[in-house]
Design a protein around this ligand. Structure first.
Ligand code: PLP
Length: 435
């Protein structure tokens, strides 16, 4: 067999053999809660390994016991997900939030300090601000673009530098595509690590992963996904994943066993199917996004476009981080229409091809209004600080024909222009000629 097969090749077969299932080319759905042991001795041996009562033998396989602990659909999915990020191990979950919260609960203790980047995904932000403090965990946020010196000073001034346990990042940030330098955060974590205690770096890689940003290669210890988004890619499942070293993932899986928030066999099977087209979908989505972002930037009703593909050397550190850390600008675009909520809503209400819905990363294009939807729970001064204005809309670009998407954006922008006192009346919609 050829060595170093590419992940997109391995997505069709890795970790599964047809002879295991009557020659079935595709991995079946193992819709079973429990697995029969060959003998009582075999059952005993499986439990000894699963409960860590002894080390697993060099050639011993982890036996199938019970679907809360392990199941073929879950395990094959986990094996395939490790390939994109070059991770040793993966744990799959029933949602992105369950992956994130299980990691935070496993690696933080009362009295610890969590340093995190802003803005965070709404669900993560709620957990960090309202749940972790109940367990005695201290939390400290920083703004995108903060320098290494600023982060070190922030931690030192908290008086808790000896208790810093984790640096948690989301990059690119949702919805503004602001970047956080993962390697720089690794250096900050190292600065506060001791020989007994490594400060962990965890990265939510939902926006660009698993294709275009590989946090483990930049010094992260843990990578997190909402697999609901690009990995699932069809807006039909909720799922999540966490990747990292075998040692850390063994701890994550151990807590998952007791919280019982593992992925279900059917969901695992759906994601195996999704992974076969992951690269095709994401490449088409990014190609569409690139064209749309460029045209939006030139549109008279659009004020500002946030898209990684529009960064230039004039953007300084953001551009350098982008070139070092990301291999594509991705397919998430946000932009401000001229005006405010009224203009943004007129735009959203008149979209015909693009659906008005939250979520992202699917084959169909979606648009939403972060200030009143995904980020509605954020304090007004925070929204202002992170650029989540009333005029901002977020687009998740799908795989449709790009000219159909542009037609839709243009006609809806014309509707935004009609309700705007600021809009130039001489702007004649180009779409008129088509209708
Ligand atoms: C959607 C999302 C999550 C939460 O994932 P669920 O699958 O909805 O639980 C976390 N982080 C980011 C960046 C997301 O977009």
């Amino acid at each position: 067999m050829k060595k170093n097969l590419h992940p997109e090749t391995l997505m069709m077969s890795y970790g599964y053999r047809p002879e295991w299932s009557e020659g079935a080319v595709k991995c079946p759905i193992f819709q079973t809660s429990t697995f029969a042991f060959r003998s009582a001795e075999a059952g005993k041996a499986f439990f000894e390994v699963a409960y860590g009562l002894r080390e697993k033998g060099a050639r011993e396989k982890t036996g199938l016991i019970y679907s809360r602990l392990n199941n073929p659909d879950m395990e094959i999915l986990e094996d395939r997900l490790t390939l994109w990020d070059g991770a040793e191990a993966c744990a799959a979950f029933e949602s992105g939030m369950s992956a994130i919260t299980t990691v935070l609960l496993e690696f933080l203790q009362p009295g610890d300090l969590l340093l995190y980047s802003n803005p965070l995904y709404g669900g993560t932000s709620h957990f960090v601000h309202h749940v972790l403090p109940k367990w005695g965990v201290h939390v400290l946020g920083f703004r995108p673009g903060a320098t290494q010196e600023e982060l070190v000073r922030l931690v030192e001034q908290s008086g808790l530098s000896e208790r810093l346990a984790m640096v948690y990042l989301e990059t690119p940030a949702n919805p503004t595509n602001d970047l956080v330098d993962i390697a720089m955060c690794r250096a900050v974590a190292d600065r506060f690590s001791t020989t007994e205690r490594r400060v962990l770096v965890a990265v939510d890689n939902t926006y660009l992963g698993p294709l275009w940003q590989h946090p483990l290669k930049h010094g992260a210890d843990l990578v997190l996904y909402s697999a609901t988004k690009y990995i699932g890619g069809h807006s039909d499942v909720i799922a999540g994943a966490c990747l990292g070293s075998a040692e850390l993932i063994a701890r994550v899986k151990n807590l998952r066993t007791f919280l019982g928030n593992m992925i279900a066999p059917h969901t695992g099977w759906l994601l195996l199917r999704s992974l076969e087209t992951l690269q095709l979908r994401m490449e088409k989505q990014a190609a569409n996004a690139q064209i749309l972002a460029q045209r939006l930037k030139e549109h008279p009703v659009v004020k500002h476009v946030h898209y990684l593909g529009l960064l230039t050397p004039a953007d300084g550190e953001a551009y350098k981080t982008y070139r070092r850390q990301c291999t594509s600008p991705g397919a998430m675009v946000s932009f401000e229409v001229k005006g405010g909520e009224r203009e943004a809503f007129a735009f959203l209400n008149h979209l015909k091809v693009i659906k008005l819905a939250v979520s992202l990363g699917s084959t169909e294009s979606l648009a939403q209004h972060p200030a009143t939807m995904t980020h509605a729970g954020m304090a007004p001064e925070e929204k202002a600080a992170f650029g989540i204005t009333d005029a901002l809309v977020r687009l998740s670009v799908g795989v449709e024909h790009v000219e159909d998407l542009w037609w839709d954006l243009e006609q809806a922008l014309d509707k935004a222009c009609q309700v705007s006192p600021a809009c130039e009346p001489q702007h004649t919609p180009r779409t008129k000629a088509l209708s």
